[in-house]
Ligand binder design. Structure first.
Ligand code: UGA
Length: 435
């Protein structure tokens, strides 16, 4: 099939590359001429495991192309994905300026039957707005609007795209349904479903899924905080709970709050949608409130431990990205931790395998950025861990002890065994477990 993807951000780029990988002809459009030029030269603008190999192969074989010219892309395709940003507005609602702007442009460019697909996470009712923008200059027989939310996780996005648990398609057109089924069949040969539904339900599914996952995390963070007070161990509790097949093992890990470009934005946007329908979605407000506090959990622990003396102390920080295997620092708990430590007058020595340069742009000289995880420990009074990169899982504890001024670790991701840390002589404080 001939596909255009408008917007080469994270979602657009993964979508375009993976569709090319299954033999489709894909043309990706972006208004950023510099970025398009770099992509044409084979440069992948984001860090995402496995993407580069697919990007390189499909570009070399001519199935993956890039342009700044929307008309060229429209002429070359009969399926157009909109993968454009929907930044949160001041009131928490998603800003549809980019999507509706492109829809308007498309209305003047489409000349043959084309399916226009919302891939970005957009509020309920957006497909109708896209339809309205298209129909201004275009006959209704020439297009269908489809909602096809993505469920990619950063860091494993290629795998998630190629082997999805499910594909959700919202459409009211049989013609579009048939085409979408053919497009996605190669990805669900394992038997996972392609679920067809109406447009509004598809849009709601995405928000409901992300908000539910965020709710699980906030719930587990509260259980963890209570475990600390009540003398229980959240790791044991998590396993005990997760073995119930109705609950399941995944996404029950407490930590320093959820971050990233999706959960915080989507929970907020769903609460806003509820408000627009005069519905007070009380759980979502609690989920957001818990997360706002949890992001400071490690900083709070450091403040409680050192008291006034945190001023002038040096804290080593392992992890800056909002989660492992990405360089994304949007809403990263590490940033909240750094802000609080700097406010308290502490020095920060930070290390992250991928995200350092992004964070350096924010803090400059205010934070010392290190080339490796041990260098960050040199002369530090304590270590704070906020991202669970694999490289932090089995460190050389003897070396850590010799570098740290005091053997103190505050672990926001529960990486280490409590007994082993005690034997190794560390003061080790984690989330929801007894220090
Ligand atoms: C999330 C969803 O998982 C994807 O399905 C969705 O497509 C995507 O948002 C999106 O809407 O685009 P992502 O933000 O990449 O994906 O990251 P996750 O792996 O879901 O992690 C989100 C946050 O939750 C991270 O800060 C992570 O540390 C935290 N988390 C996750 C926990 O604190 N505990 C857990 O058990 C799991």
């Amino acid at each position: 099939m001939k596909i255009a993807v408008v917007g080469t951000g994270y979602v657009g780029l993964v979508t375009g590359t993976c569709f090319a990988e299954t033999g489709n002809e894909v043309i990706c459009v972006d208004i950023d001429a510099d970025k398009v030029e770099k992509m044409k030269q084979g440069h992948v603008p984001i860090y995402e495991p496995d993407l580069e190999v697919l990007f390189e192969r499909n570009q070399r074989q001519g199935r993956l192309k890039f342009t700044t010219d929307l008309k060229e892309a429209v002429d070359a395709s009969d399926i157009i994905f909109l993968a454009l940003p929907t930044p949160p507005g001041e009131d928490g609602s998603a800003d549809l300026r980019y999507i509706l702007g492109v829809a308007k442009d498309l209305s003047k460019l489409i000349t043959k039957y084309t399916i226009v697909i919302d891939k970005s996470t957009v509020p309920v009712g957006t497909a109708e707005k896209v339809h309205a923008a298209l129909v201004e200059n275009l006959d209704e027989s020439l297009f269908d609007v489809v909602s096809n939310p993505e469920f990619l996780r950063e860091g494993v996005a290629v795998d998630d795209f190629l082997k999805p648990d499910r594909v959700v398609i919202g459409t009211d057109s049989k013609k579009a349904e048939d085409k979408m089924r053919r497009l996605y069949e190669p990805f669900v040969r394992s038997g996972n479903p392609i679920i067809f539904m109406d447009l509004r339900s598809a849009e709601m599914t995405k928000y409901a899924a992300n908000s539910y996952l965020a709710t699980r995390i906030s719930f587990m963070n509260e259980i963890a905080n209570l475990c600390e007070k009540a003398g229980a161990d959240v790791d044991a509790v998590r396993k005990g709970m997760g073995s119930d097949s109705r609950i399941g093992k995944r996404f029950l890990f407490p930590g320093v709050g959820y971050g990233g470009s999706c959960f915080p934005k989507d929970v907020q946007a769903l609460a806003h949608t509820a408000g627009q329908h005069d519905y007070d979605f009380r759980i979502l407000n609690a989920v957001m409130g818990v997360n706002t506090k949890q992001r400071f959990r490690i900083a709070d622990k450091l403040e409680a431990h050192f008291g006034e003396e945190l001023k002038g102390k040096t804290i080593a920080l392992w992890g800056l990205a909002f989660k492992p295997n990405t360089d994304d620092i949007r809403e990263a708990p590490a940033l909240y931790t750094i802000d609080r430590l700097l406010e308290a007058g502490a020095q920060v020595r930070a290390f992250d395998p991928e995200a350092t340069e992004h964070v350096r742009k924010i803090y400059g000289e205010k934070v010392t950025f290190c080339e490796d995880q041990y260098e960050a420990l040199d002369g530090a009074d304590a270590l704070a861990i906020v991202t669970e990169w694999s490289v932090f899982r089995t460190p050389d504890f003897d070396r850590m002890k010799s570098l740290l001024k005091q053997p103190i670790i505050f672990d926001g991701r529960n990486l280490y065994d409590l007994e082993r840390m005690q034997e190794a002589g560390f003061h080790y404080d984690s989330i929801g477990r007894q220090p």
